[in-house]
Each structure stands twice: as C-alpha cells, then as structure tokens.
Ligand binder design. Structure first.
Ligand code: ATP
Ligand code: MG
Length: 426
C-alpha cells in the first residue's frame, strides 16, 4: 500500500492552537478596550499590496525589502511585511484626511517576513498596529507611548521603554556625513554587512547586533548632538510630556529602527525575557512618508506595532496562561431514549445563552463525566431511563460533587428555562 506522508506547515508558519487562543483573545480584548478609551478606530486592510508600496516606504536598502519579503515576482505583489505602508496607502486612496483631519487608527493582523525562525521570531507573525495621522505635536508622541505602556501594564507585563530622535531631512544628512566619516576610518573592524551598510544605510550600523560593531559605535557621533533646532525642540517637548504623564523611559542614541521612513521620535518597548527577541513593540514618527506615497503635502504621522507572538509568549512565561471559558453545563444522556430527550434541551439552553455541551456517543456515565471534566463544566445534568420514567433528572455540581434532583418538563424549552434559572442562582 502507498504510504501517505504527513504534510507539515511551512517553516516559520505556526498554528495557534485552541489552548493558546484564550491568551490571544485576552491580548486583543485588552487592546481593543484601551483603544476605545483613546478614541482609536479600527481599519481592516488587505494582506497583499503592490511590491512598490513597500519598496518606496520601507526603503530599498533595508533588510526587509532586500531579503525578507514574500513577493510574487511575476505579479508585482507582496505579502505585507508590516502594516504602516498599507494603512497609509488606504488613508491616501480613500481620502480619509478630508473626512477627519486627525485620524487615530489601529489594525490587527498577520505580517510576513522571510527571517530565520526562532522563539518569538516567525515568518508569519501578527501585529497590533496603531497610527495617528495628521498631528505634528510632540504630545501625540508621548500619548502613543503612554498608550503602549498602559496596554503592556494592563496585560501584567513589565517592559522598559527606550526613546530616540532620528532628526529630519534637514539635520540627518549632516549627521550621516559625520557618521560615514567615523565608520570609514574603522571599516576594517566592521562586519561584512556593516561594511556594505557604511555606504548604503550607515545608520543601520548603529544597531548591528554583532559585538565588534557594537563596541565600535560606542564612541560614534550621536544623532542627538546633530539635531536641528526644530527637532531639538520637538524631542525635548516629547520627553517633558512623558515626564508629566508619568511614563518611565530612557534615551538610546543607538536606536535607528530597520525602516527608512522614520523621522524624529522613535521608540521601542523591550523585555529581558525573550532572549535576542527583545522588542515587543516599536515605532516612531514618519513625517515625510505620506507625501512620498503620493498623499497630501506636509501630512505628519506617527505609529507603532506590537508583536503579538512575543506578547503571548511573555504572558505564558509568566504563568499567566489564560484559561478558556468554562462550560455551564454538560448534559449526560444515558440510553437512546435519553439522547432523544436531551438533544432539544441542549439546543434550547444554547438559544437561551447557556454554554451547554453534550455528546451523542451514548457512553457510560463514567466516560461522560470525564468528558464533562474536559470541557470544564460547572454542572452536569444526568438523565437515563429511570430519570425519564420519574420525570426527575440529576444536577451535579462538578466542583463539590453535590447532587440535587431536578424536575423534567415538556416541552424542552421549559426544562431549559428552569435549568438556566437554577444555573444562574448557583
Ligand atoms: P526585531 O528587531 O526583533 O527584528 P523589528 O525592528 O524588525 O524587530 P518592527 O518591524 O518594528 O520590528 O515590528 C514591530 C514589532 O513586531 C517588533 O517589536 C516585534 O515585536 C514584532 N516582530 C517583528 N518581526 C517579527 C517576527 N519575524 N516574528 C515575530 N514578531 C515580530
Ligand atoms: Mg526585524
């Protein structure tokens, strides 16, 4: 006989199993609740976009565009590696700025990057992405960081916040020249990637993960010393506002982020509990990007994305596994007649909003009680031939095992109504 080989998921693509889903839902519900408080609106976006959208926004010389994108070359389309570009495309295409000058938006969904899979790093991963478009004020930057911190805290996670400013097209070229000069004098000691980056994307050298490069940039010129007057003012105001909102942070002059579109404020929320996958959320300002994508001129924006896999791992690691909801009642029908009697009761219970479970296998009481345990039912209703004859079922409290008689009625709707009342009272 032919042997059928099992088909496995693609490397870096993962199933989120039923026992994990409660944790994911907790992350999503907490996020949605906070977004409501901050007046953010949801937007849902396509997963495929024209490749050019990402090349033009994220930047040709970035890791993402150079080597991590899933592209259908013949069709010129790409699975989105991040959400900002798609969200801005939608913003521009639908003229959202006309309807509302400041848009506060969020979106949740899968992203795709061809990276080396590790714990907390996958090829399909999920982000919660938040963007505020149309506001230049530094208070917005601080408000977004405060939002991120509130969300992480309400999930029970301890993380640190690092902040930097990358300046603007006015001050960055000058910094870039200084940095390139510094790197070129030391090019021998740089890793191969950074040798190349010195000309293609020198700022990236600042956050190279290789120890040699890290040591070498310790004394490199700091972007914070090169900020123009406007950027300086903006960044000082961001910090002041963080202080007055009571948000803890530290400055990290080496944080440059892996996407070219950032200007001014950038920030990352970091954890020490996920090895080298330290960033749980990251983002920043992108004041020139909307115009660069064909949108209205001088339209500023800022946003950040949280990695949901990393949040879920942290929650699970902190023994914070969220239990799935319990069933209210498991109906154990013993015998063919009881099965026929019970199925409509279960249906009516569900109609009345009760989480009711039953199976039709007609197995022993012991086997069915085991099943009641698996669905973590609070109560069991037990009905066999004798109970049918006496018009009395048995309700068992599955926690303390206490049992009471429960009168059965016709039609099923009536029994269900009586039972729902009883379950609510217990
Ligand atoms: P990293 O430095 O870890 O590669 P990044 O700077 O590439 O992160 P962003 O593009 O800013 O990440 O995405 C924001 C967040 O999305 C990250 O902080 C992280 O939590 C999550 N994230 C990014 N890439 C992945 C991935 N491949 N797998 C799982 N989560 C990811
Ligand atoms: Mg990355």
């Amino acid at each position: 006989m032919e042997v059928c080989l099992k088909i496995k998921a693609i490397n870096g693509f993962k199933d989120i199993l039923p026992e994990e889903v409660a944790t994911w839902q907790k992350i999503e519900t907490t996020a949605r609740d906070i977004f409501r408080r901050f007046g953010l609106q949801e937007i849902r976006l396509p997963i495929l976009e024209k490749t050019e959208l990402f090349a033009r926004s994220i930047g040709e010389a970035t890791d993402i565009v150079e080597k991590e994108m899933y592209t259908f070359v013949d069709k010129g389309i790409t699975l989105r590696p991040e959400a900002t570009a798609s969200l801005l495309r939608a913003y521009i295409e639908n003229g959202l700025h006309v309807k509302q000058p400041v848009q506060r938006l969020f979106t949740i969904g899968p992203m795709f990057r061809h990276e080396r899979p590790q714990k907390g790093r996958q090829r399909q991963f999920h982000q919660i992405d938040i963007e505020v478009i149309g506001a230049l004020e530094p208070e917005i930057d601080a408000e977004l960081m405060a939002l991120g911190q509130m969300l992480l805290n309400e999930l029970g996670l301890t993380v640190s916040l690092e902040v930097n400013s990358l300046g603007c097209p006015k001050c960055r070229p000058d910094f870039r020249t200084k940095l390139v000069a510094y790197l070129q004098e030391r090019t021998e000691s740089l890793c191969e990637d950074c040798k190349r980056r010195t000309t293609t994307n020198p700022l990236r050298v600042l956050d190279c993960k290789k120890r040699n490069c890290q040591q070498l940039v310790q004394d490199a010129p700091s972007i914070l010393d090169s900020l123009c007057a406007d950027c300086n003012l903006h960044f000082t105001a961001v910090q002041k506002q963080l202080d007055s909102l009571g948000v803890d942070y530290s400055l990290n002059k080496f944080m440059v982020r892996g996407l070219d579109y950032y200007t001014r404020t950038t920030f990352e929320f970091l954890t020490e509990d996920l090895g080298s996958q330290a960033a749980v959320a990251a983002g920043g300002r992108y004041d020139g990007l909307i115009e660069q994508l064909g949108g209205p001129k001088n339209m500023p924006g800022i946003g950040f994305a949280m990695g949901m896999e990393r949040l879920a791992l942290l929650l699970q690691q902190q023994d914070n596994i969220i239990q799935p909801q319990r069933s209210d009642v498991y109906v154990a029908a013993l015998g063919k007649q009881a099965l026929e009697f019970c199925a409509p009761i279960v249906h009516q219970l569900r109609k009345q909003g009760v989480r009711a479970a039953m199976d039709y296998s007609n197995r022993s009481l012991k086997a069915q009680m085991k099943q009641a345990g698996r669905v973590n039912a609070r109560f069991a209703l037990i009905i066999g031939d004798q109970e049918l004859e006496d018009q009395q079922g048995v309700v068992r409290n599955m926690d303390d095992k206490k049992q009471i008689q429960f009168p059965l009625h016709e039609p099923a709707e009536e029994t269900a109504a009586q039972l729902s009342t009883l379950l609510r009272l217990e």
